[in-house]
Design a protein around this ligand. Structure first.
Ligand code: SF4
Ligand code: SF4
Length: 308
């Protein structure tokens, strides 16, 4: 058996660490947990993944683990008893084990850039879920103070999925109680195609107008390419730009023009900020992402750019 660091494996393959964790959940990679954010792989599995991604096994190996020690690590992780405390439910923990492995070490709190703001403490949030105080967490402002930056999860020695937990907590808040304008933005995007409800004709007029300005500002012949079939790049736009800072869009366009990029903006569903991600609203998020994907197929574009 060999111990491989999640981060080293992810970097070598060129994917995010969460992708590696998802592969394990999906059974695409057979690996068990090892101490210190490591993964325990058999020699055969290590060689298989290295063959698949053209890697040298030696470049990934942290250290070989003696058979008895490997067995002990695997046994401890697989057979770790779940301590039932309070009346917790499974709705915040898709994996019933994760919160039970929390050591209460506080590393998450020490790395959180906003720990202490309104009392936010990721360690306490995890404890609340473990102890069945999830309704209190759902009702609190903590999940909404969190920036979802992931530093806590990155630092956690036990790989507790703190960000997924906090996002799930957000999703359990009744929609009318979602703070700020985020949920209204989601509804507006679903109904009118962008977070601020900018009408299509206004958007197209603005693109034309800005294109003419750019043509006069050193990009002769420039025309904003709308709904161009077969373009290499399909770009999305943060609706706050056409709404409040339209000139910002020209910075991107100027670069594309200078680079000779083949690009386009869709005339519908061009919003590049999916607020459903932040409100924990998976269904709406799926719908909005699906519209971008539909645009990609409709316009036969190769690459999607989300400047946000
Ligand atoms: S860093 Fe991980 S193990 Fe430590 S308190 Fe936070 S969630 Fe628990
Ligand atoms: S994801 Fe949230 S709780 Fe974790 S470090 Fe970032 S702000 Fe703090």
């Amino acid at each position: 058996m060999y111990v491989v660091r999640v981060s080293k494996l992810a970097d070598s393959i060129g994917v995010h660490r969460n992708t590696i964790r998802n592969w394990i959940k999906q059974g695409r990679l057979e690996a068990g947990p090892a101490p210190g954010k490591g993964l325990l792989l058999t020699k055969q599995e290590l060689e298989r993944i290295c063959r698949e991604y053209n890697l040298e096994p030696a470049s990934l190996m942290d250290r070989p683990l003696p058979a008895e020690q490997a067995q002990a690590v695997l046994g401890a992780a697989v057979h770790m008893p779940i301590r039932h405390m309070g009346q917790r439910t499974e709705r915040l923990r898709p994996d019933p084990q994760w919160a039970d492995v929390c050591l209460t070490c506080g590393t998450c709190a020490s790395t959180c850039p906003i720990a202490g703001v309104d009392g936010l403490d990721p360690r306490k949030a995890v404890r609340m879920v473990v102890l069945g105080l999830e309704q209190e967490l759902i009702n609190s402002q903590w999940p909404w103070k969190c920036t979802l930056c992931g530093k806590c999860e990155e630092a956690c020695p036990m790989n507790v999925e703190i960000v997924a937990m906090l996002r799930r907590v957000r999703g359990l808040r009744p929609r009318q109680e979602v703070p700020g304008p985020m949920h209204k933005g989601v509804l507006m995007d679903l109904e009118r195609g962008n977070n601020l409800g900018i009408p299509k004709e206004d958007f197209l007029f603005l693109l034309e107008d800005l294109g003419q300005e750019l043509a006069e500002e050193g990009c002769p012949g420039f025309v904003a390419p709308v709904d161009k079939q077969g373009a290499n790049l399909m770009i999305t736009v943060n609706s706050k730009e056409p709404f409040a800072e339209p000139d910002d869009m020209k910075f991107w366009w100027r670069i594309f023009h200078a680079a000779g990029e083949d690009w386009t903006i869709p005339s519908d569903h061009w919003e590049g900020v999916n607020w459903a991600l932040f409100t924990g609203d998976d269904e709406s998020m799926k719908t909005l992402v699906g519209r971008l994907v539909d645009n990609m197929y409709r316009l036969d574009c190769k690459t999607l750019l989300l400047p946000e």
